[in-house]
Design a protein around this ligand. Sequence first.
Ligand SMILES: [Zn+2]
Length: 385
Amino acid sequence: METEKLYYEDPYLQEFTARVLSCEPVKAGYAVTLDRTAFYPEGGGQPADHGTLGGAAVLDVHEKDGVVFHICENSVEIGEVSGAIDWARRFDHMQQHSGEHILSGILCRDHHCDNVGFHLGADTVTIDYNTDISWEQALAAEQKANAVIWTDAPVEITYPSREELAALAYRSKKELTGQVRIVTFPEADCCACCGTHIRRAGQVGLIKVLSVQKFREGVRMEILCGGRALRYLGQTYDQARAIGRQLSVKPQDTLFAVERMAAELAAVKQREAQLEEQVFFHIAEESAEKGDVLLFQSPMRPDGVRKLADTVARRCGGLAAVFAGEEPAYAYALVQSGGADISPLVKSLNAALHGRGGGRNGFAQGSVQARREEIASFFRTRQSK
Ligand SMILES: [Zn+2]
């Protein structure tokens, strides 16, 4: 016996009573059938309802040949039972699904394309279209879709005859057989659909497009509607507000402030490089004609370590070894003036000081895990050989 589908008679029905016809143990729990149900089974891109049947949690719902199976955590007694659906979850699904129809109806009409995919996930909602749609075009459609929401027109659900259907221009993902259910959002969309929808356009609340990315022969668009859109925009605004507080600007002026900060940072980096060059020059002067030189520095950028070793090697006339960091983690650069091969030295250094790295033509760069005294001792031993 086919299950009577209360969710089509009244998609706002949250609680109902029904007769339990069967309850069979299955892999995920118990599969329960009823004479009638308000639980929407997964279909048309809309996920299944959750809720309770008697004292049992309903974890999943699916339909086969007109019969709705409620997958429950516990068994349910044959006889009368009361059911309650998780309304927050269902209403969210209705907001996303109806919003998707409005936006897809507008986009497919304006760009002569089809909606070829719809995914309503726990956090994300994506729609695939088989044509290229730019970000600006998506925002234009978003504007139109929200204008449709503000008309608050009633949603029309009809079951047209074959003849009526033949004369109707409607969207459909596949060839349909049997009775077709048509969901119409005036001014926006007319589409064959088996999902549950809000009563009036206004209940979608808000449609926001988050991204448009190339996908297969067209694009994948990420959207959020209603409560989800509000939560997302709220989080984003909170972040803009926190950034604005850090930068002492209004939340809507953060981009300008960040751009200004990036320009300031670039100028500071340039000045830092100039000062660094001067300091390196002085260090190199102090090392002039000293032969092999070992220098310890506070942490530096890797190219700074290399530059200092280079500058010193040009003046000292021997090996310039620079170790920059904090005990016991040092980055090192070795430069042999004259460019003689230092690979045997690097090999023994890495072995003695838990190091890694290498190089060629009188230059090597790497890091070690060693105390300052161990490093100094390594070079003293080397010199005395
Ligand atoms: Zn639909």
